[in-house]
Design a protein around this ligand. Structure first.
Ligand code: FES
Length: 325
């Protein structure tokens, strides 16, 4: 063996050892992870809005999709009729999808999402009927509360879900005194009606709109008498009395205080005779059958059994009052 052959054998041995060592190492090492493993896929119905599906309304489905390219959304009724199918280009994220207004009252339906081998289903969603919003018109009050001839009438009313309101004011004969058309939004209204009506009339107020009617009938009208104490010096004195004639007969006015006046009917409550005020006795006296009434109109002696009728007085100023009769 030459020296050259010897060296060759030595070198071959080293190489064989190294190759075998490398082979051994590759056998015991675990396989490296595949960096492009398929991603996890999800498809989930999160909510249906409105929560109770309402017939006649559109339905919104909120869902989540991850790593699904195309999501097929199917709306199916209980007869398995496909009501609506949509393909949504989905990648990753949350989706809101509005379904058309095809839902019928009391129907059952299901929503199915599918894509890339996954399905998400909600079944037996029952539709409910939503009643149309309640329509109301309401007369809240009439001011002055007793309608006063020669004055404006303030009409307070309230509407809800009514577009146009028609207001009619009629007298006791049914004659149309005033008609108004009011564009209405939800809320409270104050409408001033003119004072074409007459004293002692009866009014009716009718408000209509979108099939709803409200009416107030037999609203009595009154007359207003303005009293100036300048014209009646007795009424400047506290406790002073003054007789005044009006269309309904006589009335007796009594000054009570700076801002108070009382108005008594001048008719006896027994049989309607006229009464007088006896200043010396501080009482009202009926000469027909002898009834007596106190200065506050209470019965002192019969045959009358009822106190004197009174009219409403309103304070304007210390020198001016209104009598409503
Ligand atoms: S009418 Fe006045 S007492 Fe009879």
């Amino acid at each position: 063996m030459t020296r050259r052959d010897y060296l060759y054998l030595q070198f071959s041995g080293i190489i064989s050892f190294l190759v075998s060592a490398c082979k051994h190492e590759s056998e015991i090492k675990p396989e490296p992870e595949n960096p492009i493993a398929p991603p996890f896929k999800t498809l989930e119905i999160l909510s249906i809005i409105p929560y109770e599906a309402i017939a006649g309304e559109s339905l919104t489905v909120n869902f989540k999709a991850k790593n699904i390219k195309n999501v097929k959304v199917e709306l199916i009724n209980n007869k398995v009729d496909a009501l609506e199918t949509k393909i949504i280009d989905s990648t990753i994220g949350f989706y809101k999808f509005q379904l058309p207004m095809v839902l019928e009252k009391d129907s059952l339906f299901s929503i199915k999402l599918s894509g890339d081998g996954l399905e998400s289903i909600k079944e037996n969603i029952k539709t409910q009927y939503k009643h149309p919003p309640l329509k109301t018109i309401e007369i809240l009050k009439i001011e002055p509360q007793e309608a006063i001839a020669e004055g404006k009438l303030g009409l307070f009313f309230k509407t809800e879900n009514i577009k146009t309101v028609l207001i009619e004011l009629r007298n006791k004969n049914g004659d149309l005194l005033e008609i108004r058309n009011v564009a209405s939004e939800d809320g409270f209204y104050l409408l001033s009606m003119p004072g074409k009506f007459e004293a002692d009339d009866l009014l009716s107020i009718k408000i209509t709109g979108d099939g709803v009617i409200v009416a107030k009938e037999n609203i009595p009208t009154f007359n207003v008498l303005k009293i100036s104490t300048e014209a009646y010096p007795e009424l400047k004195l506290l406790g002073g009395f003054q007789k005044i004639s009006i269309s309904k007969g006589d009335i007796w006015l009594k000054r009570i205080s700076t801002n108070e006046m009382k108005a008594f009917s001048g008719q006896c409550t027994h049989a309607g005779c006229g009464i007088d005020f006896l200043k010396s006795d501080n009482l009202f006296y009926c000469s027909c059958h002898g009834s007596k009434f106190s200065s506050d109109g209470l019965v002192l002696n019969g045959p009358a059994s009822l106190p004197l009728n009174q009219y409403r007085c309103q304070f304007i100023a210390p020198e001016a009052f209104k009598v409503i009769h």
